[in-house]
Design a binder for this molecule. Structure first.
Ligand SMILES: [Zn+2]
Length: 370
Protein backbone atom coordinates (compact mmCIF):
# COMPACT_ATOMS: atom_id res chain seq x y z
CA UNK A 1 0.00 0.00 0.00
CA UNK A 2 1.23 3.49 -0.87
CA UNK A 3 0.87 6.53 1.34
CA UNK A 4 -1.62 7.93 -1.19
CA UNK A 5 -3.92 4.94 -0.54
CA UNK A 6 -3.89 5.79 3.17
CA UNK A 7 -4.60 9.45 2.33
CA UNK A 8 -7.60 8.26 0.28
CA UNK A 9 -8.88 6.23 3.25
CA UNK A 10 -8.61 9.35 5.40
CA UNK A 11 -10.45 11.34 2.75
CA UNK A 12 -13.29 8.80 2.84
CA UNK A 13 -13.52 9.11 6.62
CA UNK A 14 -13.04 12.86 6.88
CA UNK A 15 -13.34 14.59 3.47
CA UNK A 16 -11.25 17.73 3.08
CA UNK A 17 -14.33 19.70 2.04
CA UNK A 18 -15.61 19.40 5.65
CA UNK A 19 -12.66 21.44 6.93
CA UNK A 20 -12.88 25.12 7.90
CA UNK A 21 -11.55 27.59 5.30
CA UNK A 22 -8.65 28.68 7.51
CA UNK A 23 -7.45 25.14 8.11
CA UNK A 24 -4.54 23.30 6.49
CA UNK A 25 -5.25 19.59 6.10
CA UNK A 26 -4.06 16.68 3.98
CA UNK A 27 -0.49 15.94 2.89
CA UNK A 28 1.80 18.56 4.49
CA UNK A 29 5.27 17.04 4.09
CA UNK A 30 6.54 14.08 2.08
CA UNK A 31 5.49 12.01 -0.87
CA UNK A 32 2.40 10.11 -1.96
CA UNK A 33 4.20 7.11 -3.46
CA UNK A 34 5.91 5.97 -0.26
CA UNK A 35 5.46 2.25 0.42
CA UNK A 36 3.74 2.06 3.82
CA UNK A 37 4.43 -0.65 6.38
CA UNK A 38 4.07 1.35 9.55
CA UNK A 39 1.89 4.34 10.45
CA UNK A 40 2.10 6.45 13.60
CA UNK A 41 -0.94 8.39 14.83
CA UNK A 42 -0.74 11.36 17.21
CA UNK A 43 -2.62 14.45 18.25
CA UNK A 44 0.33 16.77 17.51
CA UNK A 45 3.41 16.64 15.32
CA UNK A 46 5.64 17.75 18.18
CA UNK A 47 9.39 17.21 17.93
CA UNK A 48 9.01 14.34 20.41
CA UNK A 49 6.35 12.67 18.25
CA UNK A 50 8.41 13.05 15.07
CA UNK A 51 11.42 11.56 16.88
CA UNK A 52 9.24 8.64 17.98
CA UNK A 53 8.05 8.18 14.38
CA UNK A 54 11.66 8.16 13.16
CA UNK A 55 12.85 5.80 15.93
CA UNK A 56 9.99 3.42 15.15
CA UNK A 57 10.77 3.62 11.42
CA UNK A 58 7.24 4.81 10.64
CA UNK A 59 6.59 5.48 6.97
CA UNK A 60 3.70 7.81 7.70
CA UNK A 61 2.74 10.16 10.50
CA UNK A 62 -0.89 11.25 10.80
CA UNK A 63 -1.78 13.93 13.31
CA UNK A 64 -4.93 15.78 14.20
CA UNK A 65 -3.38 19.25 14.51
CA UNK A 66 -1.54 20.45 11.40
CA UNK A 67 2.12 21.16 12.10
CA UNK A 68 2.10 23.84 9.39
CA UNK A 69 -0.81 26.27 9.60
CA UNK A 70 0.15 29.35 7.63
CA UNK A 71 2.65 30.09 4.85
CA UNK A 72 6.28 29.74 5.87
CA UNK A 73 8.99 31.74 4.11
CA UNK A 74 12.02 29.69 5.11
CA UNK A 75 12.88 26.26 6.46
CA UNK A 76 15.66 27.03 8.94
CA UNK A 77 16.86 23.86 10.64
CA UNK A 78 17.67 25.92 13.76
CA UNK A 79 14.05 26.80 14.54
CA UNK A 80 11.50 24.32 15.78
CA UNK A 81 9.34 24.11 12.63
CA UNK A 82 12.41 23.84 10.37
CA UNK A 83 13.85 21.16 12.64
CA UNK A 84 10.63 19.14 12.47
CA UNK A 85 10.33 19.43 8.68
CA UNK A 86 13.99 18.44 8.31
CA UNK A 87 13.49 15.36 10.48
CA UNK A 88 10.42 14.26 8.54
CA UNK A 89 12.23 14.64 5.22
CA UNK A 90 15.47 13.04 6.44
CA UNK A 91 13.51 10.00 7.61
CA UNK A 92 11.31 9.94 4.49
CA UNK A 93 8.13 10.13 6.58
CA UNK A 94 4.94 11.15 4.77
CA UNK A 95 3.19 13.56 7.08
CA UNK A 96 -0.58 14.14 6.90
CA UNK A 97 -3.01 16.14 9.06
CA UNK A 98 -6.77 15.67 9.48
CA UNK A 99 -8.03 18.53 11.62
CA UNK A 100 -11.38 20.35 11.35
CA UNK A 101 -12.45 17.83 8.69
CA UNK A 102 -11.96 15.16 11.38
CA UNK A 103 -13.71 17.38 13.95
CA UNK A 104 -16.73 17.63 11.68
CA UNK A 105 -16.79 14.05 10.40
CA UNK A 106 -16.02 12.13 13.57
CA UNK A 107 -14.86 14.01 16.66
CA UNK A 108 -18.10 15.86 17.47
CA UNK A 109 -20.20 12.72 17.02
CA UNK A 110 -18.10 10.64 19.39
CA UNK A 111 -18.02 13.44 21.96
CA UNK A 112 -21.83 13.80 21.75
CA UNK A 113 -22.23 10.05 22.26
CA UNK A 114 -19.92 10.15 25.29
CA UNK A 115 -22.26 12.77 26.81
CA UNK A 116 -25.34 10.78 25.68
CA UNK A 117 -26.78 13.77 23.86
CA UNK A 118 -30.20 13.37 22.25
CA UNK A 119 -31.03 15.10 18.92
CA UNK A 120 -27.49 16.40 18.64
CA UNK A 121 -26.78 18.91 15.84
CA UNK A 122 -23.63 20.79 14.86
CA UNK A 123 -22.66 23.89 16.80
CA UNK A 124 -20.90 25.43 13.84
CA UNK A 125 -21.79 24.16 10.36
CA UNK A 126 -18.75 23.84 8.08
CA UNK A 127 -20.40 21.95 5.22
CA UNK A 128 -23.85 20.92 4.06
CA UNK A 129 -23.75 17.52 2.46
CA UNK A 130 -26.07 17.07 -0.54
CA UNK A 131 -28.46 14.16 -0.21
CA UNK A 132 -29.71 11.89 -3.00
CA UNK A 133 -32.55 9.42 -3.40
CA UNK A 134 -31.31 6.13 -4.79
CA UNK A 135 -33.92 3.80 -6.31
CA UNK A 136 -32.92 0.39 -7.61
CA UNK A 137 -35.02 -2.31 -9.29
CA UNK A 138 -34.22 -5.83 -8.07
CA UNK A 139 -35.68 -9.31 -8.75
CA UNK A 140 -37.68 -10.37 -5.69
CA UNK A 141 -35.32 -13.15 -4.62
CA UNK A 142 -32.32 -10.78 -4.52
CA UNK A 143 -34.05 -7.87 -2.77
CA UNK A 144 -32.86 -8.78 0.75
CA UNK A 145 -29.22 -9.04 -0.30
CA UNK A 146 -29.20 -5.81 -2.33
CA UNK A 147 -31.09 -3.91 0.38
CA UNK A 148 -28.87 -5.07 3.24
CA UNK A 149 -25.72 -4.36 1.20
CA UNK A 150 -26.79 -0.74 0.72
CA UNK A 151 -28.10 -0.18 4.24
CA UNK A 152 -25.10 -1.78 5.94
CA UNK A 153 -22.86 0.41 3.80
CA UNK A 154 -24.35 3.66 5.16
CA UNK A 155 -27.46 4.23 3.02
CA UNK A 156 -30.77 5.11 4.67
CA UNK A 157 -29.89 7.61 7.40
CA UNK A 158 -32.83 9.87 8.29
CA UNK A 159 -32.10 11.99 11.37
CA UNK A 160 -31.60 9.56 14.23
CA UNK A 161 -32.85 6.58 12.22
CA UNK A 162 -30.60 4.30 10.24
CA UNK A 163 -31.39 1.50 7.74
CA UNK A 164 -34.39 3.35 6.25
CA UNK A 165 -35.75 2.17 2.90
CA UNK A 166 -39.05 1.94 1.06
CA UNK A 167 -39.89 -1.18 -0.91
CA UNK A 168 -42.53 -1.44 -3.62
CA UNK A 169 -43.44 -4.64 -5.49
CA UNK A 170 -43.99 -4.33 -9.23
CA UNK A 171 -43.39 -5.86 -12.66
CA UNK A 172 -40.23 -5.24 -14.63
CA UNK A 173 -40.18 -5.84 -18.38
CA UNK A 174 -37.29 -6.30 -20.81
CA UNK A 175 -36.14 -8.15 -23.88
CA UNK A 176 -32.56 -9.47 -23.88
CA UNK A 177 -30.95 -8.77 -27.27
CA UNK A 178 -28.26 -10.73 -29.17
CA UNK A 179 -25.00 -11.04 -27.24
CA UNK A 180 -26.59 -10.79 -23.78
CA UNK A 181 -26.44 -13.34 -21.01
CA UNK A 182 -29.62 -12.60 -19.05
CA UNK A 183 -30.01 -13.60 -15.40
CA UNK A 184 -33.60 -14.52 -16.25
CA UNK A 185 -35.33 -14.96 -19.62
CA UNK A 186 -34.35 -15.85 -23.17
CA UNK A 187 -32.65 -13.87 -25.93
CA UNK A 188 -35.13 -12.06 -28.20
CA UNK A 189 -38.10 -12.94 -25.96
CA UNK A 190 -40.17 -10.32 -24.15
CA UNK A 191 -39.91 -10.92 -20.40
CA UNK A 192 -42.10 -9.84 -17.47
CA UNK A 193 -40.62 -10.41 -14.04
CA UNK A 194 -41.47 -9.71 -10.39
CA UNK A 195 -39.25 -7.00 -9.02
CA UNK A 196 -38.92 -4.84 -5.94
CA UNK A 197 -38.10 -1.16 -6.24
CA UNK A 198 -35.90 -0.32 -3.24
CA UNK A 199 -35.64 3.38 -2.42
CA UNK A 200 -33.17 4.76 0.09
CA UNK A 201 -31.16 7.86 0.88
CA UNK A 202 -27.44 8.32 0.16
CA UNK A 203 -25.12 11.26 0.72
CA UNK A 204 -22.80 12.97 -1.72
CA UNK A 205 -19.78 11.38 -0.06
CA UNK A 206 -21.04 7.81 0.18
CA UNK A 207 -23.17 7.52 -2.97
CA UNK A 208 -20.43 6.26 -5.31
CA UNK A 209 -19.25 3.60 -2.88
CA UNK A 210 -22.79 2.41 -2.12
CA UNK A 211 -23.70 2.21 -5.83
CA UNK A 212 -20.49 0.29 -6.56
CA UNK A 213 -21.23 -2.26 -3.83
CA UNK A 214 -24.90 -2.48 -4.87
CA UNK A 215 -23.82 -3.28 -8.46
CA UNK A 216 -21.46 -5.99 -7.19
CA UNK A 217 -24.29 -7.97 -5.54
CA UNK A 218 -27.11 -7.20 -8.01
CA UNK A 219 -27.70 -10.24 -10.26
CA UNK A 220 -28.59 -8.33 -13.46
CA UNK A 221 -26.16 -7.62 -16.30
CA UNK A 222 -27.71 -4.19 -16.81
CA UNK A 223 -28.89 -2.77 -13.50
CA UNK A 224 -31.65 -0.16 -13.63
CA UNK A 225 -31.29 2.46 -10.94
CA UNK A 226 -32.15 6.14 -10.49
CA UNK A 227 -30.20 8.69 -8.53
CA UNK A 228 -31.74 12.09 -8.00
CA UNK A 229 -30.72 15.02 -5.85
CA UNK A 230 -33.16 16.07 -3.16
CA UNK A 231 -33.13 19.79 -3.71
CA UNK A 232 -34.62 20.99 -0.43
CA UNK A 233 -32.62 18.87 1.97
CA UNK A 234 -29.02 18.66 3.04
CA UNK A 235 -27.15 17.17 5.92
CA UNK A 236 -25.33 19.72 8.06
CA UNK A 237 -21.84 18.77 9.14
CA UNK A 238 -19.76 20.86 11.49
CA UNK A 239 -17.64 21.45 14.52
CA UNK A 240 -19.06 20.59 17.96
CA UNK A 241 -22.54 19.39 18.85
CA UNK A 242 -25.46 20.59 20.92
CA UNK A 243 -28.18 18.32 22.25
CA UNK A 244 -30.14 17.52 25.37
CA UNK A 245 -29.67 14.85 27.98
CA UNK A 246 -32.55 12.64 29.17
CA UNK A 247 -33.12 14.41 32.50
CA UNK A 248 -31.73 17.71 33.81
CA UNK A 249 -28.75 17.22 36.13
CA UNK A 250 -26.81 19.54 38.41
CA UNK A 251 -23.79 21.08 36.73
CA UNK A 252 -21.49 19.21 39.14
CA UNK A 253 -22.97 15.92 37.91
CA UNK A 254 -22.21 17.01 34.36
CA UNK A 255 -18.62 17.68 35.49
CA UNK A 256 -18.41 14.13 36.85
CA UNK A 257 -19.67 12.70 33.55
CA UNK A 258 -17.04 14.67 31.62
CA UNK A 259 -14.29 13.50 33.99
CA UNK A 260 -15.35 9.87 33.68
CA UNK A 261 -15.93 9.90 29.92
CA UNK A 262 -12.72 11.72 28.97
CA UNK A 263 -10.49 10.30 31.73
CA UNK A 264 -9.80 13.69 33.33
CA UNK A 265 -8.79 14.40 36.95
CA UNK A 266 -8.79 18.20 36.92
CA UNK A 267 -10.75 20.76 35.02
CA UNK A 268 -11.98 24.36 35.28
CA UNK A 269 -15.60 25.24 35.85
CA UNK A 270 -17.47 28.44 35.04
CA UNK A 271 -20.90 28.53 36.69
CA UNK A 272 -22.79 27.48 39.80
CA UNK A 273 -22.16 23.75 40.49
CA UNK A 274 -25.76 23.37 41.75
CA UNK A 275 -27.36 24.85 38.63
CA UNK A 276 -29.60 22.43 36.73
CA UNK A 277 -28.46 21.83 33.17
CA UNK A 278 -30.08 19.92 30.33
CA UNK A 279 -28.97 21.39 27.00
CA UNK A 280 -25.31 20.56 26.57
CA UNK A 281 -22.93 21.82 23.91
CA UNK A 282 -19.64 20.06 23.42
CA UNK A 283 -16.68 21.11 21.31
CA UNK A 284 -13.53 19.04 21.87
CA UNK A 285 -10.33 21.11 21.63
CA UNK A 286 -10.48 24.90 21.54
CA UNK A 287 -14.07 26.09 21.95
CA UNK A 288 -13.79 29.86 22.17
CA UNK A 289 -15.11 30.27 18.63
CA UNK A 290 -18.36 28.41 19.37
CA UNK A 291 -19.32 30.17 22.63
CA UNK A 292 -21.67 32.62 20.91
CA UNK A 293 -23.34 29.84 18.93
CA UNK A 294 -23.76 27.77 22.09
CA UNK A 295 -25.55 30.71 23.76
CA UNK A 296 -27.66 31.41 20.66
CA UNK A 297 -28.68 27.75 20.36
CA UNK A 298 -29.80 27.59 23.99
CA UNK A 299 -27.01 25.59 25.64
CA UNK A 300 -26.94 25.56 29.46
CA UNK A 301 -23.33 24.44 29.48
CA UNK A 302 -20.47 24.18 27.00
CA UNK A 303 -17.89 21.42 27.44
CA UNK A 304 -14.65 22.37 25.73
CA UNK A 305 -11.04 23.51 26.25
CA UNK A 306 -8.78 26.56 25.93
CA UNK A 307 -11.23 29.13 27.30
CA UNK A 308 -9.63 32.45 28.30
CA UNK A 309 -10.59 34.82 31.13
CA UNK A 310 -12.60 37.33 29.09
CA UNK A 311 -14.51 34.67 27.17
CA UNK A 312 -15.36 32.91 30.45
CA UNK A 313 -16.53 36.14 32.06
CA UNK A 314 -18.75 37.15 29.13
CA UNK A 315 -20.22 33.65 28.84
CA UNK A 316 -20.99 33.53 32.57
CA UNK A 317 -22.81 36.85 32.45
CA UNK A 318 -24.68 35.65 29.36
CA UNK A 319 -25.94 32.60 31.28
CA UNK A 320 -23.69 29.95 29.78
CA UNK A 321 -21.78 27.63 32.11
CA UNK A 322 -18.48 26.30 30.80
CA UNK A 323 -16.62 23.13 31.64
CA UNK A 324 -13.06 23.71 30.41
CA UNK A 325 -11.64 20.21 30.46
CA UNK A 326 -8.50 21.09 28.49
CA UNK A 327 -7.64 20.90 24.80
CA UNK A 328 -5.53 17.75 24.96
CA UNK A 329 -7.87 15.70 27.17
CA UNK A 330 -11.05 16.46 25.24
CA UNK A 331 -9.49 15.45 21.91
CA UNK A 332 -6.96 12.72 22.58
CA UNK A 333 -9.50 9.90 22.13
CA UNK A 334 -9.35 10.58 18.38
CA UNK A 335 -5.90 8.94 18.22
CA UNK A 336 -7.25 5.54 19.28
CA UNK A 337 -10.31 5.96 17.12
CA UNK A 338 -8.23 6.64 14.01
CA UNK A 339 -5.84 3.81 14.76
CA UNK A 340 -8.71 1.32 15.05
CA UNK A 341 -10.45 2.74 11.99
CA UNK A 342 -7.38 2.30 9.80
CA UNK A 343 -6.78 -1.23 11.10
CA UNK A 344 -10.39 -2.10 10.25
CA UNK A 345 -9.91 -0.70 6.72
CA UNK A 346 -6.68 -2.64 6.15
CA UNK A 347 -7.86 -5.98 7.47
CA UNK A 348 -11.39 -6.05 6.13
CA UNK A 349 -10.92 -5.86 2.40
CA UNK A 350 -7.39 -6.96 1.72
CA UNK A 351 -5.67 -9.57 3.81
CA UNK A 352 -2.41 -8.84 1.96
CA UNK A 353 -2.21 -5.66 3.99
CA UNK A 354 -1.91 -7.52 7.26
CA UNK A 355 1.69 -6.47 7.52
CA UNK A 356 0.78 -2.80 7.94
CA UNK A 357 1.27 -1.74 11.53
CA UNK A 358 -0.54 1.22 13.10
CA UNK A 359 0.85 2.59 16.34
CA UNK A 360 0.03 5.60 18.50
CA UNK A 361 2.64 8.04 19.80
CA UNK A 362 3.27 8.68 23.47
CA UNK A 363 1.93 12.16 24.19
CA UNK A 364 0.98 14.31 27.11
CA UNK A 365 -0.67 17.66 27.57
CA UNK A 366 1.95 20.43 27.86
CA UNK A 367 0.13 21.64 30.99
CA UNK A 368 0.55 20.14 34.44
CA UNK A 369 -1.66 20.89 37.45
CA UNK A 370 0.26 21.85 40.59
ZN1 LIG B 1 -7.48 20.66 18.77
Amino acid sequence: MKSNDVINLLEQLAPKRYACDWDNVGLLVGRRDKEVKKIMIALDASLSVIEQAAANKADMLITHHPMIFSAIKKVDYDDITGKKIAKLIANDITYVAAHTNMDAAVMADIAAKKMELIDARPLDVTYTEKMYKLAVYVPVESADLVRSTMLNDGAGFYGNYSHCSYNIAGKGTYMPLEGTNPYKGTVNKFEVTDEIKIETLVSDSNKNRIIRHMLEVHPYEEVAYDLYEISDSGYDIGVGKIGRIKEPVELIECVNIVKAQFGINNLRLVGDPDKKVRFIAICPGAGKSVVKNAIKMGADVLVTGDIDHHTALDAYEDGLCIIDAGHFCTEHFIVDYLKNHLLRCFYKDDLDNKDIEVISAKEESPFIFL
